[in-house]
Design a binder for this molecule. Sequence first.
Ligand code: SAH
Length: 231
Amino acid sequence: MACIDTSKHQGLRKRMAKEVQGKGISDPVILAALEKVPRHSFVDRLKESTMMETAFVSRIYEDQAFPIGAGQTISQPFTVAFQTSLLELKRGEKVLEIGTGSGYQTAVLLEMGVKVFSIERQKTLYEKVKRFLPEIGYDPFKWPYKLFYGDGYAGLPAFSPFDNILVTAGAPFIPEPLKQQLKVGGKLVIPVGEGDSQIMIRIKKISENEFVTEEHGKFRFVPLLENKAGL
Ligand code: SAH
């Protein structure tokens, strides 16, 4: 592993997972994945001084979102865990993630034993994560994942259907192609709403054209952006 992961980092992660558990996440598979993934290495390090490094490391392991550059964030650990819990994943399932961002959620899903297809619309982030995940041990020849530079509104028709779909940015509406790309029995978890806050929506596909929608509280996400020229 190219990343430095000390017992201090591991201790902070244990504490972070406990905090997330205290907020209502009980699935041991999710908590174990949070303990495993070296969250501090998903954000560019502050190299100026050891003091700053120490401050950064404790901050990244607080239950909060953190900026990753390009105006984007690595989601709050509780939010990652909560969205993941709504998916009710089983090992071996095929999951589509919209908004790769830092790649943190992708790694959490991989640690849970699912196959991940993840789309990012910012080329710099896509390229960075493609280099970075193998560097910290997620060798694409050994781990079941594929990263795509593209528009999440369209999903990935060529690789559909998916057992579950997870959107990690706030969407102004529910993109129809994502509902189509679900298997019958599958779930789409998506924060919906423009502006400052979104409602976490879970949609279950119960037949080819029947869906059941549930609401799961208010969250705050960066926006799912409309297609950029050239994509
Ligand atoms: N899952 C990420 C959180 C990323 S924040 C993590 O664990 O770090 C949301 C991400 O969605 C951002 O990186 C943003 O660039 C991306 N995004 C926004 N609109 C998108 C779209 N239409 N298609 C794909 N990705 C999009």
